[in-house]
Design a protein. Structure first.
Length: 284
């Protein structure tokens, strides 16, 4: 996918200026989440100013994006941004979990975002984990993303083992939306949402692929807390590898990893200084 629509002025929506993965470091998750929300709102408003085409965004779930969604809700209610011309696609959903289940990603997104903003219901897309034909559901999801115009921005989190969406270690970096089997580590981490009962966590999920995420013009990955420090070190300083699927962001020309101080605790001092210098120089 072309990094920039030719119909859009490069002076108003320039994705090419980034040219490298950048690490944004804030003191804590609250300030990092506000930075992320305001960046998303800025991009939505910039496109709305020059194009009638919808802004297409990929969204994630879990504890990490909650503060970002709260800030976006505040901005919508304050009239600082609108989702009326935004089309969203969530990155994953559990297989076999009813949509009404409190831990389904349908329930999560409505609770923490959709029920509080002005995005039209028909613009919201979440994988159907109970689809009679899972393979067709995944193929149709990829088709719908293309028909919407492709992602302007994809917002994601990162697992403790460096996975993005449910692209567990050893997932192909060329993967697309599909049914995946969840690792024991992922199910154990997610058991905190299921009464700390590992056996209640579904064994499979539907997930966008690594290549689906990287097809976006911009990608923002959020990582907060010391438990994410090893994954951030591997993603930023390690080789690009299917062992740490978020490391594929190294090859993206417009990628951000947004962290709090705890999440960058295992980066080399010189790496830390470099990214902070880039922040300061570019007023990020």
């Amino acid at each position: 996918m072309c990094p920039l629509e030719t119909a859009v002025s490069p002076n108003t929506l320039n994705y090419n200026f980034i040219k490298q993965m950048k690490v944004i470091i804030r003191p804590d998750s609250a300030s990092a989440s506000v930075w992320t929300a305001r960046y998303i709102a800025k991009r939505i408003n910039e496109k709305a100013a020059v194009s009638s085409k919808p802004f297409v965004i990929g969204l994630c779930t879990g504890s990490t994006p909650i503060e970002t969604y709260a800030e976006l809700i505040r901005m919508v209610k304050a009239g600082e941004v609108s989702f009326k011309n935004v089309i969203s696609f969530n990155m994953d959903e559990y297989v076999g979990l009813p949509e009404s289940h409190p831990e389904s990603y349908h329930s999560f997104m409505h609770k923490y975002l959709f029920d509080h903003i002005d995005e039209p219901a028909e613009n919201i897309h979440i994988l159907n984990g109970n689809a009679p034909d899972p393979e067709k559901e995944c193929a149709d999801y990829e088709k719908a993303i293309v028909e919407a115009g492709g992602f302007d921005l994809f917002l994601g989190g990162i697992g403790e083992d460096g996975h993005i969406a449910f692209n567990e270690p050893f997932s192909s970096l060329e993967s697309r939306t599909r049914v995946v089997t969840l690792t024991q580590d992922t199910r154990e981490v997610n058991s905190r949402f299921f009464d700390n009962d590992f056996n209640k966590v579904p064994k499979q999920a539907m997930s966008v692929g690594v290549a689906t995420v990287l097809s976006a013009k911009e990608v923002i990955i959020m990582a907060y807390g010391s438990k994410k420090a090893r994954a951030i070190r591997d993603a930023v300083e390690g080789p690009m590898s299917h062992y740490c699927t978020v490391s594929a962001l190294q090859a993206h020309p417009a990628g951000f990893i947004v962290c709090d101080e705890n999440a960058v605790g295992e980066l080399k001092v010189n790496s830390y200084r470099y990214f902070k210098a880039v922040e300061a120089a570019e007023n990020l």
